[in-house]
Design a protein around this ligand. Sequence first.
Ligand code: FNR
Length: 193
Amino acid sequence: GQTSFLVFSASLRRGSLNTKLAKLAALVIEKNGGQVDFADMNEFDCPSFNQELEVDNYHPKGAEAFRQRILANDAFIISSPEYNGSMPGFLKNVIDWVSRFRPQPFHQHHALLMSASPSMAGGNRGLWSLRVPFEHLGTRVYPDMFSLATAQNAFDENGNLNDETLAKRFENNLVGFMSLVEASKHYPCIKKA
Ligand code: FNR
């Protein structure tokens, strides 16, 4: 069947630049024949991780929701803000919670990372920090990452990227990822049991 992508922004605020980028990614995926499951990061809200809470196989609702959405789709795409050169704390927090399920849900799942920031680096350093837990957990993190610099000026009134060259690069990045995810569906040896 159709290849499905969980897409979400790791910003909680209304008016988020990363949410804009995530929404654009969703449109581009659909335009190229993919199926999108768009999530709101608020759905994945979890208390601060504390191992003492892990009695009787307890998992917070937000972690359970994130796990289910990962498993229900062929791949996931995160557009994440960069906070102090790193990922937002609540994103790391929910990754830690979800990593406690068995089987571990991130293992062998495809992921594409993107970011948007008003800065010139576009939040790219945050993505390198985000690769660390995902690589650790065995996620197939796509090598190419997309970082949108001066993002407050990058969108037109329809939510598309102003710059045509950049828009094409964005689409190529997504289509490359989509092809890999699709191809891997035909190779059960690299699919989760
Ligand atoms: C930031 N911002 C930021 N930007 C950046 O490019 N590098 C950084 O290290 C930081 N650090 C940082 C720390 C904290 C605590 C905040 C609140 C913000 C600015 C950030 O990129 C900007 O607020 C974005 O607009 C946040 O993303 P959303 O919410 O628009 O998606």
